[in-house]
Design a protein around this ligand. Structure first.
Ligand code: 4NP
Length: 165
């Protein structure tokens, strides 16, 4: 199963989601492939934000070695599911989708916990350390559900009606 996590800068939220997901998948002995990407070129090539690295480390997860990259339409060909953090990311990814098949792969990561509600994972970039801890907990909860579903060998069902507003 190949999963891509997407945020804006690809330095705070999506690298954290990727690292949490891979860490938990390994713990469960699940064979997965995961990556993360963003839409803001400013941080391309950068490592993860030190605050994301710190919160990951505090939870026993290594986030060193990340390099921020841009989302590319070819990601739709490679990944089975693309999880976004907020509405901006959703609109960015959907804006690049080429057909229904691409669009069907995209969902809000928080919909794993609150199906169909399109809740955002708040951007912690301008806030303090607590924001990163909160984001970590949200992503961890979502990844737990994703891992459980993958362990049962099926992807969570995406709601048929998927409003963007
Ligand atoms: P992320 O956070 O999307 O979670 O990686 C951000 C990091 C940097 C910027 C925006 C969001 N920025 O505009 O530089």
């Amino acid at each position: 199963m190949k999963i891509l996590f997407v945020c804006l800068g690809n330095i705070c939220r999506s690298p954290l989601a990727e690292a949490i997901f891979i860490h938990k998948a390994k713990e469960q002995g699940l064979k997965v492939e995961a990556d993360s990407a963003g839409f803001e070129s400013f941080h391309r090539g950068d490592p993860a934000d030190p605050r994301s690295v710190a919160v990951a480390r505090a939870h026993g997860i290594d986030l060193n070695g990340h390099t921020a990259r841009m989302f590319n339409a070819r990601d739709f060909d490679h990944y089975d599911r693309i999880y976004v953090m907020d509405k901006t990311n959703y609109n960015d990814v959907m804006g690049v989708a080429r057909d229904d098949n691409d669009e069907q792969k995209v969902d809000y990561i928080m919909n794993l916990i609150y199906p169909g509600e399109n809740r955002p994972v708040p951007d912690p970039w301008y806030g303090g350390k607590e924001g990163f801890e909160k984001v970590f907990r949200m992503l961890e909860q979502a990844c737990d559900i994703l891992i459980k579903d993958l362990a049962l060998d099926h992807l969570p069902t995406r709601p048929p009606d998927h409003p963007t507003t």
